[in-house]
Design a protein around this ligand. Structure first.
Ligand SMILES: Nc1nc(=O)c2c([nH]1)NC[C@@H]1CN(c3ccc(C(=O)N[C@@H](CCC(=O)O)C(=O)O)cc3)CN21
Ligand SMILES: CC(C)C(=O)C(=O)O
Ligand SMILES: [Mg+2]
Length: 278
C-alpha cells in the first residue's frame, strides 16, 4: 500500500526511520519499490547525474515532468516527491501554482519539493491550501549555488544555526508535510528534528534525523562526478558495466558475437520473421 503524509508523520512519532531514495527512470523506480523504500524523490539532481549538466540550475519543468512520468510508471505503489526546478517557484504565486499543477496532475507525483526560505514559505502555504503536499528543503540548497558560491555545509555558525531552526519552524507553520535537510552539522539537524513535528529527512545531516535520502546512482556507484562526504556507496556497477561493453565490442570485432544461438533460422522454417503462424 502506498504511504501517505500521515504515515510519515506516524513513522516519526514511532521512531521508525524513513527511507527515501532518488530515482529518475522506470527501472530505478521499480527496483527501489521492490527493495521496499518508503518514498522516492525525483530529484533535480537528475540534471547532473543523468543529463550531464554541471549543476541543477539548467533543469527545466519539462525535464522534471518527463522523468516523473517514467518513475510513476515504474513505481505505482510508492509515494513520489518531485523537485520543482530552479525558477519554477520564484516568479509569482500564480506561476508556482501552475507549475505545481503540472507536476502533480499531469505527471502523477504525490508531493512537490521546494528549496529555500523567505517568500518560498508563502508559496508553500498557498500550495498546501490548494491541497498540494509540499516538502521543504533547507540547509545546502543546490539551486542557489550561483549566489552562495559553492556546495558548502550550512549551519556551522550559531547565527546560521538559529536561522535554520527558525526556517524549519516556518516550513512547518506553512504546512509542509516533510523537511529535507541537506549538509548541516549533526547537532543542528538534531535540534531541528526535536523542534518540528514534521518528519526531517537528512542528506549529510547526520544520524538523528527521522529519515535519510541518498541519490540512487551514488548508492550503486553509477555516477562519475564528485562524491560528497556523506555518500555511502553500497556497490560499484560502473566497472562491471564498462567491462561488459568492452567484451561486447571485442567479440563483435573478433567475430565471436553473434553465435549460432543468437541467429534466426531460414524464413521457410520459422514461417515468417516474427515466428508467427499465419
Ligand atoms: N550525485 C549527486 N549526489 C548528490 O547528493 C547531489 C547531486 N548529485 N546533485 C545535487 C546535489 C548537490 N549535492 C552536493 C554536491 C556537492 C557537495 C560537496 O561537495 N560537499 C562537500 C562539503 C564542503 C564543506 O565542507 O563545506 C563535501 O566534501 O562533501 C555536497 C552536496 C547533493 N546533491
Ligand atoms: C539531494 C536531494 C535531496 C535532492 O534534492 C535531489 O536529489 O535533487
Ligand atoms: Mg534537488
Amino acid at each position: 500500500m502506498k504511504k501517505t503524509t500521515v504515515d510519515f508523520k506516524q513513522m516519526k512519532e514511532n521512531h521508525k526511520p524513513i527511507v527515501m531514495v532518488t530515482a529518475y527512470d522506470a527501472p530505478a523506480a521499480s527496483l527501489s519499490e521492490a527493495a521496499g523504500v518508503d518514498t522516492i524523490l525525483v530529484g533535480d539532481s537528475l540534471g547532473m547525474v543523468v543529463l550531464g549538466y554541471d549543476s541543477t540550475v539548467p533543469v527545466s519543468m519539462e525535464d522534471m515532468i518527463h522523468h516523473t512520468k517514467a518513475v510513476k510508471r515504474g513505481a505505482r505503489s510508492t509515494f513520489i516527491v518531485t523537485d520543482m526546478p530552479f525558477m519554477s517557484y520564484h516568479v509569482s504565486k500564480m506561476d508556482t501554482m501552475i507549475n505545481a499543477r503540472r507536476i502533480i496532475q499531469e505527471s502523477g507525483a504525490d508531493a512537490v519539493k521546494l528549496e529555500g526560505n523567505g517568500e518560498v514559505f508563502d508559496y508553500t502555504a498557498a500550495l498546501v491550501k490548494a491541497g498540494v503536499p509540499v516538502v521543504s528543503h533547507l540547509g545546502l540548497t543546490p539551486q542557489t549555488v550561483g549566489v552562495s558560491g559553492g556546495y558548502k555545509v550550512k549551519g556551522k555558525t550559531a547565527e546560521e544555526q538559529k536561522q535554520l531552526v527558525e526556517d524549519a519552524g516556518r516550513a512547518e507553520k506553512a504546512g509542509a508535510c516533510m523537511l529535507v535537510l541537506e549538509c548541516v552539522p549533526e547537532e543542528a539537524a538534531k535540534r531541528i528534528q526535536e523542534t518540528v513535528t514534521i518528519p526531517v529527512i537528512g542528506i549529510g545531516a547526520g544520524r538523528f534525523t527521522d529519515g535519510q535520502v541518498l541519490v540512487y546512482h551514488d548508492i550503486v556507484g553509477y555516477y562519475g562526478g564528485h562524491k560528497p562526504k556523506f555518500v555511502k556507496q553500497y556497490t560499484d556497477i560502473q566497472a562491471p558495466v564498462q567491462k561488459a561493453i568492452e567484451e561486447y565490442a571485442n567479440e563483435v570485432r573478433s567475430h565471436k558475437f553473434p553465435q549460432e544461438g543468437h541467429v534466426f533460422s531460414p524464413l521457410e522454417k520459422t514461417e515468417g520473421l516474427y515466428g508467427g503462424s499465419k
